[in-house]
Design a protein around this ligand. Structure first.
Ligand code: F6R
Length: 614
């Protein structure tokens, strides 16, 4: 979603801002802009709907200055027009503001400003901030920004420059990330590490309710949640991140690079966490002892989109291994039904970015009501990770493509580790624990084996790409896999893909099956295999083309010889771990179908990598 960059130092700001904005493109956006303070104190702005490269065309020549802020916008208030792009300025053109998040009382503030004779130049909520900063009577820029923030309600990460205070950028955070990057006589700000790592990996993360003054020499932080500004003490620290992880390398897209990295990501999430002797896992970050684990009566998993679907996979793992009732729910719905929070329920928030606002708000709701939440989060130090009582970092490395692949795989493994631990503290036998560990250790190699079938999957994907509408079906452990498969397919191919429980087909959707509507069916060799194969015959009898993702040796009967049935075999492992091996081919099918259609797999239309607004 929206992204912020800022620079202050000894170099020309504009090229650095453009470069930083380019690094935020993956978050999803529809317009971009920047404001630079010239040496004579003039504030210059350029902003456009469209891509960062469109903005770059009009920037370089006239944008001298060593202080500036930039933004990529994902439209919320008002369409993607030049006027609505950030930065937003006050009427005199002396203040410029870039903002991520949503101001809930923007309509009232816009009406108040209009009544006072201010002509608003955009439809956005952000513009009010520029006018409020300009109207403040405080002596300092920090005081003016704090006055403006006292009037707004909602979420923000923001950066402000002011022609009267040309030696600083003021930044603030409330619910939307803001990171300060420390260089040598220069400083950077950004909403995402991706925009900083090329320049520095020494960073400070602001907390909610905190603001900072950033000058070329350093930064100072304050709390602004009272009428006064109070100094806080925050040190910058090196982050353990490999800047090359944000580079596409030899691959044609981040999505492909990230899918191919899955065996390594799987090794990382498991490393040091398996205890083969006792058939269990080490999860120090959970911050729970055996007695607390034994007291858990229920597990509730919360996530959005693919994180929700992998949460469903995790719930079945926990029920099977630990025999604790477990379910997953869309975090975006959770708090709106005024949920009952139980003290003996373990709540698990799952998120790649650690920024998804719906998941974050669900965590806050649970904690406010006294519940215990642990996180399965990829981004270290992210809002969700910090809000939780403990958790498991996923170590997937940066995920840039909008469609989640390697993070999802590590989430599944994170759930496996959690289920193993919950199970072993309860009734899972040591031999079952060891059996699972053996299975987990085989997974990186088996994931690689599925990735190695890419050429065959490409052929299948091209056929699927021709259909306007598809079904993905599975049962029990396979159903969340079907949901995730349909999600991946629809988000990057723009084809209609719907997931169903195989058992539900004949209760309605079978009416849609025809030669033109293929079905991707998940048929692992488990206790339901015969029923699943019977359902395939029902589809074939209605001329529905089939792609069957299954295990070697599963007998598909006559279908094996049908020209409209294609079969994809995945390696066998412990049946509890089937979901992840069934998921990998579905990622490749979606990827190659989208590629065949000539679509941008990394940046699907309308979508954003981190969904930081409700
Ligand atoms: C789909 C996808 C999204 C995310 C969802 C949650 O491929 O990536 O559905 O899974 O927006 O994002 P995180 O995991 O960052 O909370």
């Amino acid at each position: 979603m929206c992204g912020i960059v800022g620079y202050i130092g000894t170099q020309q700001a504009a090229p650095l801002l453009l470069e930083g904005l380019g690094r935020l493109e993956h978050r999803g956006y529809d317009s971009a802009g920047m404001a630079v303070l010239g040496t004579g104190g003039a504030l210059r702005m350029a902003k456009r709907s469209g891509r960062v490269r469109d903005l770059a065309e009009e920037v370089p020549a006239r944008f001298g200055g060593k202080v500036g802020i930039g933004h990529t916008r994902w439209a919320t208030h008002g369409p993607a027009t030049d006027a609505n792009a950030h930065p937003h300025a006050d009427a005199a053109g002396r203040v410029a503001v870039v903002h991520n998040g949503i101001l809930d009382n923007a309509s009232a503030l816009r009406a108040m400003l209009t009544d006072d004779g201010i002509e608003l130049a955009s439809d956005t909520d952000t513009e009010v901030l520029a006018h409020l900063v300009a109207r403040s009577g405080a002596d300092t820029l920090e005081g003016r920004v704090a006055d403006a923030l006292a009037a707004v309600e909602g979420t923000y990460g923001l950066a402000v420059v002011h022609a009267d205070f040309p030696d600083r950028i003021v930044v603030a955070r409330n619910g939307s990330p803001l990171i300060i990057g420390v260089g040598d006589k220069e400083m950077h700000v950004a909403s995402d590490l991706a925009a900083l790592v090329r320049y520095t990996t020494t960073v400070a993360y602001l907390d909610d309710g905190e603001m900072a003054t950033v000058t070329a020499q350093g930064f100072t932080t304050y709390r602004h949640d009272t009428a006064q500004l109070h100094r806080t003490h925050r040190d910058a620290a090196p982050v353990d991140v490999d800047p090359s992880a944000y580079e596409i390398g030899e691959h044609e897209s981040f999505m492909l690079a990230e899918m191919l990295e899955q065996p390594r990501a799987a090794e990382r999430v498991l490393r040091g966490r398996l205890n083969e002797r006792f058939g269990t896992s080490h999860l120090g970050g959970l911050n729970m002892d055996a007695r607390e684990i034994r007291a858990i009566r229920r597990v509730k998993i919360l996530g959005c989109g693919s994180a929700y679907y992998v949460g469903q996979m995790g719930a079945s793992l926990i029920e099977e291994l630990a025999r604790i009732p477990a379910d997953a729910e869309a975090a975006s719905e959770f708090r709106y039904r005024d949920p009952v929070i139980e003290p003996d329920t373990l709540y698990v928030a799952v998120s790649q970015s650690g920024e998804t606002i719906d998941t974050l708000l669900a965590v806050q709701e649970i904690r406010r009501k006294g519940g215990r939440v642990v996180g399965l989060v990829n981004v270290v130090g992210s809002a969700i990770a910090r809000e939780c009582d403990g958790g498991i970092y996923l170590h997937a490395g940066p995920e840039v493509a909008v469609a989640s692949t390697k993070a999802l795989t590590t989430m599944f493994l994170g759930f496996s580790l959690l289920a193993l631990q919950l199970g072993r503290v309860r009734d899972l036998s040591i031999s079952d624990g060891r059996r699972l560990i053996e299975g987990l250790l085989k997974l990186p190699e088996q994931i690689q084996a599925v990735l190695d079938t890419e050429a065959e999957l490409t052929v299948v994907a091209k056929r699927l790409a021709e259909a306007d509408s598809l079904f993905f079906i599975g049962r029990v452990r396979g159903f969340p896999v079907a949901r995730e498969g349909a999600q991946k397919f629809k988000e990057i191919t723009y084809r209609h893909a719907e997931a169903y429980q195989t058992s539900e087909l004949k209760h309605g959707p079978l009416a849609l099956i025809s030669e033109a509507v293929p079905t991707v069916a998940l048929v692992p060799d488990d206790e339901l295999v015969d029923r699943n194969v019977a359902a395939l015959h029902e589809i074939a009898a209605r001329k529905g083309p089939l792609v069957v993702v299954t295990h070697e040796g599963v007998d598909l009967g006559d279908l094996a010889h049908s020209s409209t049935t294609q079969r994809i075999d995945v390696p066998r492992n412990e049946k509890e771990l089937d979901p992840i091996l069934l998921t990998i081919p579905l990622q490749l099918l979606a990827f190659h179908a989208a590629n065949h259609l000539g679509l941008d797999v990394d940046k699907p239309r309308n979508l954003a990598k981190s969904v930081t607004v409700e």
